[in-house]
Design a protein around this ligand. Structure first.
Ligand code: JBE
Length: 256
């Protein structure tokens, strides 16, 4: 899979691309990431790519010409034109199902903005898929693009080792439950014990305990993720039933 990142600050990506999982994926030829400096497409002798907004107001706006030139030139650098994504707080939310969709693409072109944003005609002309990683204002789309690349590459076959499969992740396969708690040695630390079931060797009991813990955590922390939750609409927690829960665990005190 090929990523092209269009940015005013290409060096922001160097550290991230040179480390860990992504570095290995690039070395293995599974992922290619090309960064492009939008200023290279400026027609101005000072490499200027922004200007003051028509109508007045604070901040600067990224100009339509260098951005459109940059996107069109970069798009032509490979056989597949690629899906154009703009990282912007105005976009639809990046969720795991959107990440799964993006991971199917052979090529993504990521457009990162700075300042107050892009001239509207960039969007009208190029019709990018506008995506947001969350409801907070970042200084630019670069960190959002890194988040997106990070989430997408781990779904590319071969990027994660067998022992680290993404199949069991929270949020994968639409079952949207949080992770159960994990323990490793030592068994006891400062009086805090590992739940005995995890040491029982009873794989069925362990699987049952983990499902219950996932469900309880989700109910307590993120009830909005549960299937028949009314939380997002009304702010109240629904009382979903699930076949994976024993009666005992359903009777546990609730956090709400
Ligand atoms: O989420 N985003 O894609 C953003 C991009 C630029 C600024 N703030 C954001 N939240």
């Amino acid at each position: 899979m090929r990523f092209d990142v269009l940015t005013l600050f290409p060096r922001i990506f160097d550290g991230y691309l040179g480390e860990s999982l992504l570095h290995k994926a690039i070395e293995a030829g599974l992922v290619q990431v090309h960064t492009h400096d939008i200023r290279d497409w400026s027609r101005d002798k000072h490499r200027k790519v922004d200007d003051r907004p028509f109508g007045g107001g604070p901040g600067m706006v990224l100009q339509v010409e260098p951005i459109v030139d940059c996107v069109e030139a970069v798009s032509r650098q490979a056989e597949t034109a690629g899906r154009l994504v703009m990282l912007t707080p105005q976009g639809r939310r990046l969720t795991q199902s959107v990440v799964e969709e993006l991971a199917e693409e052979p090529r993504l072109i990521l457009l990162c903005g700075r300042y107050e944003g892009f001239d509207q005609r960039v969007i009208d002309l190029l019709q990018p898929d506008e995506l947001s990683i969350g409801d907070y204002i970042l200084n630019g789309g670069e960190t959002a693009a890194m988040v997106m690349i990070d989430a997408v590459v781990r779904l590319i076959p071969g990027v994660l080792g067998d022992e680290q499969s993404s199949v069991d992740d929270s949020f994968s396969h639409g079952d949207r439950l949080l992770e159960f708690p994990h323990y490793t040695r030592p068994r006891v630390f400062r009086g805090l014990e590992t739940p005995p079931v995890l040491l029982s060797g009873d794989h069925q009991a362990i699987a049952r305990w983990r499902r219950e813990q996932s469900y309880l955590r989700t109910e307590q922390r993120r009830a909005d993720l549960l299937p028949d939750s009314t939380e997002s609409a009304t702010g109240t927690t629904s009382d979903p039933q699930t076949p994976t829960l024993s009666k005992d665990s359903r009777d546990e005190p609730r956090a709400d």
